[in-house]
Design a binder for this molecule. Sequence first.
Ligand SMILES: Nc1nc2c(ncn2[C@@H]2O[C@H](COP(=O)(O)OP(=O)(O)OP(=O)(O)O)[C@@H](O)[C@H]2O)c(=O)[nH]1
Length: 415
Amino acid sequence: MPSVDIRTLILLLGLGNLLLFLALASFRFVQADARSSVTRTWTLSKLLQGLAWGLLWLRGEIPPFWSIEVGNTLLLGGVALEALAAWRFATGRTPRWLVVLVAAAVLARYPLNGLGNADAAQRVVVASLLVAGLFGVTGWAVLWKRVERTPLQFVVGGCTLLLAGVVMLRGLVAAWPGQGFALFDANFIQVATFLALFLLMLVNGVGVVLLDTERSGERLNTLATRDSLTGVSNHRDFQRRLRVMLASASRNRYPLTLMAVDLDHFKQVNDTYGHPVGDAVLHSFAQWCEAAVRESDVVGRVGGEEFMVGMNGASLEEATAIAERLRAAVAASRVAVNPRESVEVTVSIGLATLTDSDDVATLVARADAALYRAKRNGRNRVEIDGQVSLPTGQRWREPMSELPVDPVARPAAGP
Ligand SMILES: Nc1nc2c(ncn2[C@@H]2O[C@H](COP(=O)(O)OP(=O)(O)OP(=O)(O)O)[C@@H](O)[C@H]2O)c(=O)[nH]1
């Protein structure tokens, strides 16, 4: 079998980690505050690991204290920082117990090595098992499930756990009685371990930063598309999604109905109870709206107290039933202002269903016109735009989602 020089691999690990540190430290984020504590900690961990591998590479050339004690401590410290960064990435926090745990793992090498009296094989066992444990924490944290795992999480977390397994195996092999194990021995498990360490350096050196960037992208997307008060689509996102729905409905000849909803006399709610209560009413109303429609429908806040719902595949008849139920449910609901008082609100609703000559602007204008007719005709009612709709194509067979019978929301339960 062709041999692999362990010392050269260790040199590459040192240089690779130092170059990664340089690249990460000099990366300029688009936003000044985007360099999160995750990427900062991760960057620092690369520096510690680069220095550590450098000192380990110099084994035999420099005093043993520097290569063995300082080198191993820096290596464990670097891997421990990775674990903390990964945990913070996963949960958004760095719990104190975890800091204590990883610090204990770093310091544990002194007593486990008999305070410097251990031979090379024992040092390999101790370092391998501690490093494997820390990589295990990192891999587990990276794979932590939030909403759903991204493919990148699987790649980075999976590779890290694999490496933890290989390093642990190295520790167990070295612990086997009669093994004379030293840092530069080129036996099979040594080659496998250092190659795995080298490959992981490439994958997760940038992996966690990419994961962090992926997550920032998700956050930016939410900021750009969701209304911050109610969590439903903002005006721009709603327009974009309605355009897509409209194109699909026209192409596939299925019905699409647009519902325009406006809270009645909302100014009075603000004037009587204050803006925070008004906000709570808007938040509750958005939730009732989402509960009343199907998941494939799109709810958007298109103005202060005006919402629109694009109802995919809903004929005018079906949409009218949904709108009527929503109107009745809102009228029967209360938003608690304080333990003794609650606000009653009603809504006016206008409906327009897609015709051959419609584009987004005309459909919205017709739904709005129906809404204003509902306002003029006394509020707390549903009005339908009079134009002829497309013949009903496929109809939805799923049952409509049920609204709570008497939803009572509290202002404190805002977004
Ligand atoms: N609390 C709160 N109020 C808002 C927000 N956006 C708009 N408003 C208020 O919504 C109210 C809308 O008032 P109007 O346009 O007069 O409508 P209205 O009182 O609901 O009357 P009608 O629509 O005719 O029934 C204003 O008082 C706005 O200040 C918001 O984000 N939060």
